[in-house]
Design a protein around this ligand. Sequence first.
Ligand code: ADP
Ligand code: MG
Length: 838
Amino acid sequence: MVKQTIQIFARVKPTVRKQQQGIYSIDEDEKLTPSLEIILPRDLADGFVNNKRESYKFKFQRIFDQDAKQEAIFENIAKPVAESVLAGYNGTIFAYGQTSSGKTFTITGGAERYSDRGIIPRTLSYIFEQLQKDSSKIYTTHISYLEIYNECGYDLLDPRHEASTLEDLPKVTVLEDPDQNIHLKNLSLHQATTEEEALNLLFLGDTNRMIAETPMNQASTRSHCIFTIHLSSKEPGSATVRRAKLHLVDLAGSERVAKTGVGGQLLTEAKYINLSLHYLEQVIVALSEKHRSHIPYRNSMMTSVLRDSLGGNCMTTMIATLSLEKRNIDESISTCRFAQRVALIRNEAVLNEEIDPRLMILRLQKEIQELKDELALVTGEQRTEALTEAELLQLEKLITSFLEDQDPESKLEVGADMRKIHHCFHYLKKLLTDKKIHGPSRAPFSEVKDQVNQGPSTEEEYKKLREILQQRDNEINILVNMLKKEKKKAQDALHSSSMDRGEPRRSQSSPFPPGNPEGLRTLPLSAPTQAQDSSVIQYRSSLLHRKTGVREEMSLGRQEAFEIFKRDHADSVTIEDNKQILKQRFSEAKSLGESINEARRKIGRLKEEITQRHVQQVALGISENTTVPSAPDPMEEKLRSQLEEEKTRYKTMFMRLKALKVEIEHLQLLMDKAKVKLQKEFDAWWAEEATSLQVNSPPVNLFNHVKPFPQTPESQHKRSQLLSNQSDVYTRKILPSPGPLLHSQEQSSTGTRLEDSIAKRPVSSVPLTGDSQTDSDILAFIKARQSILQRTGKCPFPQKVASETPRQAKGVAGPGAPTLLGKAPVPSPQEGGWPRCP
Ligand code: ADP
Ligand code: MG
């Protein structure tokens, strides 16, 4: 048993502006427990709950400052937990912090770069690497991915995934057995035999989550996500199985205080946006207080699910993510306070060992056989399962005489053979039931016996029944064959459809061709897992197909609009970047594959040369009638050292290729995800456009229906969000409150007349769902609008407003201004401007 308090770490997210001076400092001098000091600026101190203090100090196991890399986070936080999971202990890592403080970035990773991958992909990589190294045990890995939103659990990996909203997902419920163990009903477990399969599952879950999210539920900030790796191991031949679970948890945003935003004052109105976090805190408080007997785990689903992780059988680690900017001071302090309480909780992790029932059965069967053999040895007769005909006849005679014997003391003696005893009981039971069926009239026993003794009528009935049975068997066989054929057909169709959709990148363009005998015989990279892989790939491709394949059914107008939307979308930069990187990696992998093959051939040649040389030397020795010279042959030595060199080169290239493969797979998944996101945003935007055309049936309203944005200091951010989400061109055109100027500018432009004329077309009278007429109207409208906006310099499509993106942090875009990821800066509201086309 390992007793340990929950380990707490802090990670400070890079700030948009250069580190704000004097907000916090990290004291690394206290080597063992470094501390983080948060200094309350004077102008904030007044409104703060504890206005006497101006600085707060918190101790952490370790504090990772803004420049900490994902690699360091994994090495220092996740790797030790993964190691204890490999040893058979349960582990949990959870990230806690306000929205946008970097929880998802830390747990899952960034959506753009391979180097940004977070704890989950790195841990998977590490675990599978270790499993491969350890051949002394047999390991099995399963993955589950649960989302908890509003006290409901959803299975993000449900194979029947057709959901488009969160509510469509199958609900997962918590069950508790009498031993107070928690079971999750409806949460699917998926076996993953390789890192690649596990990674596919992660991306699948994330994509499902993204698709199910709506602006209304804001699942990404208000839900908890629990990615679990279930690992079991056993030594070959042993019946003892070790099971361990690793929960990687991305909690909901912990913000709880309402900000007034006026004069920078903060209110500490303790109002949670997330009730289950409130219950989590209650559990933590209860656990950290000594002598508390009742811990309110059952109050919420999340605390029930994480029951073992909190004060139970688990090694738990918390990462407090902090966004240490002036406006977030109160939230940061509250996150740190929470962490200090968590650090008081003591867990007791034990090895989870159990006996495998299947192996137990095998063991018992073996024991039975041994006992049988022993019995046969003692009794001198080999017992079979069934009694012989003669034995049966003999028994029946015995029973008859026993029943007919009037002496109440009479006994039925059949010896110590359990088979005979059982047969007697069965026989008697049958007699009794038959008697019941044929009525209570007491027929003489001999009559009953006659009936039992398979009279001709029973005999016939048996025959009939047997025939029917045979018939049914035949029918079942036919049906099973039909089903098999159908299944095969469906699989073939699915396979060919995924091939059609360009999925065969693995087989055609992949540098790791599955059937390449040269490259793969010695490269156990993709081939060994083909069967398993292809199912996951098919699963994924069918999902992506479902989510993105809508385009195939798009009308021409919509397709064209999609193309423009895609081109102008901020993510297209990322997609393009990744495409380029992917191309580079592919060609690198390809040339590496060639070099590896070349190295292999060279190794083969060198080996041959060495053997030849050796044979020559021996032959020489024989012909000269001398023994083989004891001094080493310099030529052979040279060949051997060349061989060693070549082998090292081969190994290095092989490792690089392996790493490349993982990177390529990751990038492909990132791109798949980005494509789904793009499609989703396009659909939303398209629907919005269609509605706005419909709603504004009187053309005049087109320019009047939108309310101006409120001009509070906070509104700038909200407005950016609206911009990125809603993309209402009219909103943009007319909205800016400082807009009279803009309005008049636009009215004076040629575009207004044109746009006005489009607006005046009776579009509203046309039904808008999938109607090609409407589509072409919308297309015409889009085209016209494009040209107008290009002339007036406004961008017609929604652009991603990436506040606080890493690029901004690096100073690519102007401070505070929403960015088009380097495409074009967005002017501030003071400029009265909107996203401009490059
Ligand atoms: P949360 O999950 O806590 O709401 P996110 O992880 O989504 O926050 O982070 C918000 C934004 O900040 C994302 O765009 C993310 O890429 C970025 N980000 C967070 N932490 C870091 C970091 N350590 N380095 C670079 N970017 C980060
Ligand atoms: Mg998040």
